[in-house]
Design a protein around this ligand. Structure first.
Ligand code: SF4
Ligand code: SF4
Length: 253
């Protein structure tokens, strides 16, 4: 029997940087997080992504090879900066209502259940407890208390068809986007393409886009101000500025 132990000491260290969200969470968080859509190629044979086909898009590259792409709404924040909901005491200010990605920590529903062991090894600077004092959370490659993992996995499965359709259409009809994706598949380390979240919403007839844009634009503007003049986060700054002007068209109509 193999067992891994883990408990969270609430150090807040994992609340920095990019945070994957479900589509529903992103829509509800327009007033809170600077939103984007991240498209990440899965390297062929990557460990832990055996069942990735069920939650990803699939495109045929110029080389005729097929690439799987994970498509994820995200709170798009540089690794060096904290989530806006991380309070001064390092606790989450929306604990009851926090995204399922945060609830499912340390597990990661984008990967197969039998490949979660790596997720239980704290990264440098993380103060997760993994000693004999911590409870067993993973036994024989199975998650002991799997409620939050299943909730995240089910949300990913449910939203996959709409995200898949969106990205596969973009890849077919938008050459700038497809060129960026092809380049990302060729990157030696994991490449990633980031596009505006609103691009996914344009075709959602039930959504009040003006309302969404009015909530989201001030958030993006504030992140553009926070990241101005810092070369290390220049790509984020440029994204925020472009996303702000992209939303203008919905606010001015
Ligand atoms: S929502 Fe809360 S738990 Fe999630 S990253 Fe932000 S502060 Fe951390
Ligand atoms: S880094 Fe580990 S201990 Fe710190 S908040 Fe995240 S899960 Fe908890």
């Amino acid at each position: 029997m193999t067992e891994q132990r883990f408990s969270c000491t609430a150090c807040g260290a994992c609340c920095y940087g990019l945070l994957p969200l479900t589509v529903d969470e992103a829509l509800k968080s327009a007033h809170r997080f600077p939103l984007a859509m991240a498209i990440t190629p899965i390297k062929p044979g990557a460990r832990g992504y055996r069942s990735a086909g069920s939650i990803s898009a699939s495109v045929v590259l110029p080389s005729k090879k097929t690439a799987l792409l994970l498509v994820t709404p995200v709170s798009f924040i540089p690794t060096s900066m904290p989530c806006p909901e991380l309070a001064g005491d390092n606790l989450c200010s929306i604990h009851i209502d926090k995204p399922v990605r945060c609830k499912a920590m340390p597990f990661y529903a984008y990967k197969d259940e039998d490949h979660q062991r790596d997720m239980l090894v704290p990264r440098a600077g993380w103060q997760c407890e993994t000693s004999a004092d911590a409870p067993v959370v993973y036994r024989d490659q199975k998650i002991v208390d799997r409620g939050d993992f299943d909730e995240e996995r089910n949300a990913l499965l449910q939203q996959a068809p709409a995200l898949r359709r969106h990205v596969e259409l973009l890849f077919k009809h938008d050459t700038v986007f497809s060129t960026r994706v092809v380049k990302a598949t060729q990157a030696p380390l994991a490449g990633r393409v980031v596009i505006g979240f609103v691009s996914f919403l344009r075709y959602n007839k039930e959504l009040n886009l003006m309302d969404f844009a009015r909530k989201q634009q001030p958030v993006l503007e504030s992140w553009a101000r926070k990241t101005a003049g810092d070369a290390k986060v220049a790509q984020f700054h440029q994204y925020y500025r472009e996303a702000v002007s992209d939303l203008d068209r919905y606010i001015s109509v």
